[in-house]
Design a protein. Sequence first.
Length: 454
Amino acid sequence: VGIPRLELVGRSFAELVDAGSAAAEVTALLRDAFSGEQSRTSLKYPAADGSVRQGSVIVSPIFDGGVLTGALGIMRDVTEERRLTEQVIQQEKLVAVGQLVSGIAHELNNPLAGVLAFSQLLLASEDGQRPETRSAVETIHREAKRAGKIVNNLLTFARQQPGERVAVSLNRIVEDSLGLRGYALRAASVHVALELDPALPETRGDPSQLQQVVLNLLGNAEQALLERHGPRALVVRTWREGGMLLLSVSDNGPGIASAHRDRVFNPFFTTKPVGQGTGLGLSISDGIVREHGGSIRVDSDPGRGATFIVELPYNPPVRSAELPAEAVPSAATGGRRVLVVDDEPALRAAMKSFLSSLGHTVAVANSGGEAGAILRKNEYDVVLLDLRMADGGGDSLYRELLDRDPRQAARVVFVTGDMQGDAAYRFLAEAGRPVLSKPFQLDDLAAVVAAVKD
């Protein structure tokens, strides 16, 4: 409790607990004790520093010679224990949300791939060249690409993989994050201004982790701005200072009280109402930034808004050597035998139509089982294999091909809308085969077909 013992002696127990708990809970405890029954409950109590803590109370009756003479109550502080339990529950929820998002995104990517493919076919057709229809088809194509980007951003955010270090652009991460939060910010009448340094170099980092940091900062700013009744503004900046890359998120909300500034990065610290925050967002962000060798700080005063500043060291990414021009295959090369294996009829039809127009001979299969039967009788130069299908998916067929026909397995290109799922991520890394991510551009499809070696 933090109150000296002498100040506690003689005071009523009801005076020591939170006013909201005192009346009903204390009355129930004493009633049970003086009825000869042991009882327990949870109570909140104010500590000496003004914070409200959680206590677990057990009250037992005291008997002397069979006569009830009093009651003994013991209260144990369980604040940290409750916080740890809440943390575990929250982590389990986050994992469940990630799995849900991954599944939904995969289901959306399949029809999106069909819409995108057919819109490209229409644009290349005679009907697509007509002025009265071209604008509408271009809009369909553009919006399908936009939807695909949103879905892939969700998949990246939901990815549950160990941290990786690849080339990342802070500017791109900011833009992708605003793509996810854009609707919520517009709905809250928040004006967003971007001041991104176009010369900011890429650095080495984990794109999904850094996106989580930006999303957390944007979410905090949005929540703070909801308390403001006037114009709401949010400014995101990136710039470079020597060997550091900096990112700031500023809002003109109510600001942060001086008593809270040193605690905002503590786990479970939150000033939001119950149900509107876990107090983990800034703590997680701080941990991610530290793992990248950087730091995060806040500059704020009550009534003057808040600015969160992230500093990351500039680590030039390692670039893989580019292929010489003569080694790059021509996407226009036709005359190949191609097997398209996908359980989405629209996408299957679009891929067949496009590849046939390039001069390829195309066969189709709607399941791994059907494809396996076809491959036992025929040989193909390229097998475009959907990774996830209703009958078990392309991974099973690929393993079967490795065992009985390694030459044919070496011609497989995986086509998937689930690049970020744990199982898919591990399998694709192990297989080492080319991957075409749904939704894709038809030019990318042509290029990957041309690139498969005989």
